[in-house]
Design a binder for this molecule. Structure first.
Ligand SMILES: *Cc1c(COP(=O)(O)O)cnc(C)c1O
Length: 368
């Protein structure tokens, strides 16, 4: 039996793509770094967990249902989303996390030779999916830590199919107000699809933040991403969705993987949408945590960027990989930001006060 000729079989753009390395399980990491507790502050998860209504659904899930395929198009959840946002069910597509809907959109519109536009320092999945699909990602530098609308408009050419804007941006927390978003939507007109990734919109406190869901009615080229992983605390169940006008959603549906969203995730997400109390409690926790952490960082003289969202970026007087190791030894996992093209910066998720106090204590030992 011959070895398959992997070199020949695999497209060059796949062969040259470096696979993502996920973190190891807690038990393994605790042993590796010699810490007793591990606080994961690297993925912007909700420290309060899922809303109580979703927790009840998860607890009451009837095990025999696991033998049956889920609804292939998240039928009930889409009806619920439609009622919630004043739209039609066919304006939504649900995926295995927002990560999967990113792939749906890129595959629905791009072929090799095409390009997508996004920023150089933002959520990397848009760039990654494009790269390993043979699509060129054009990375427009951030300007004052925010997406640069003018530079993006200028970079669009005849092969640009999708423009991805993260609003608010992970990791800088900057956001576009409605006028800037409308300006780019109008400049783009019918030439390409504008994706606005609103993974953190439920955390935003600024009252001039634009609601992409409402703009959809006016702009047929707008697609909005949302996720249940952050505010709704369902990251482990993997569920997110996109919304747009029926025509654009219908076009994307062609590349949508059916049955990729499991029954429990669909049911938990439906329940989560009803729990407004959870949103308020989470916002209060994040607000308090941000006030505490930024005051401590100021006192320590560490540069930081704290915008919208449940995370803060900060710079340490050492490489981010070394900082990662030394924080791990004290039981705190953060996001080292070389991968986001912010070398020497780290991103930390905002958790409860007690955890943040511990984190600041660990930071002190690093900068002393
Ligand atoms: C976390 C995140 C997502 C993806 O979340 P899923 O867990 O795949 O739903 C998408 N966009 C941004 C900006 C994120 O931070």
């Amino acid at each position: 039996m011959n070895q398959p000729s992997l070199e020949r079989l695999q497209p060059q753009y796949v062969r040259h793509f470096e696979p993502y390395t996920p973190s190891k399980p807690d038990a393994e990491l605790k042993r590796l770094y010699g810490c007793e507790h591990l606080h994961r502050l690297n993925n912007n998860e909700n420290p309060l967990g899922p809303p109580l209504l979703a927790q009840a659904v998860i607890r009451d899930f009837a095990p025999p249902r696991a033998a049956l395929y889920p609804s292939g198009d998240a039928y009930d959840l889409r009806r619920k989303l439609a009622a919630r946002f004043g739209k039609q069910p066919d304006q939504f597509l649900v995926g295995n996390g927002a990560n999967e809907v990113i792939a749906f959109v890129i595959k629905a519109f791009c072929e090799p030779g095409d390009n997508i536009l996004t920023a150089d320092r933002t959520f990397a999945v848009y760039e990654w999916v494009a790269t390993f699909s043979g699509i060129e990602p054009r990375l427009i530098p951030l300007r004052d830590l925010a997406f640069d609308a003018e530079a993006m408009a200028a970079a669009i050419d005849a092969r640009t199919k999708v423009v991805c804007v993260c609003n608010p941006n992970n990791p800088t927390g900057t956001y576009w107000r409605s006028d800037r978003l409308r300006w780019l939507l109008e400049r783009i007109d019918g030439r390409c699809i504008l994706v606005v990734d609103e993974a953190y919109c439920e955390f935003v406190e600024a009252d001039d933040f634009p609601d992409g869901m409402r703009l959809i009615d006016q702009y047929p080229n707008l697609v909005v991403f949302r996720t249940f992983s952050k505010m709704y605390g369902l990251a482990g169940l993997r569920i997110g969705y996109l919304a747009g006008q029926p025509e654009v959603v219908h076009a994307i549906r062609r590349t949508c993987i059916v049955y990729s969203v499991n029954t429990l995730a669909q049911a938990a997400a439906e329940a989560a949408l009803d729990d407004d109390d959870h949103l308020e409690r989470t916002r209060a926790l994040v607000r308090e945590s941000r006030v505490f952490l930024t005051a401590e960082l100021r006192a320590l003289g560490l540069p930081f960027v704290a915008g919208e969202g449940n995370f803060v970026m900060l710079r340490l007087p050492m490489g981010d990989t070394l900082a990662y190791r030394r924080l791990m030894q004290q039981g705190f996992m953060i996001r080292a930001m070389t991968g986001f093209r912010f070398p020497d910066w780290i991103r930390v998720s905002l958790a409860g006060l007690e955890v943040m106090e511990g984190f600041v204590g660990a930071l002190r030992t690093l900068v002393r």
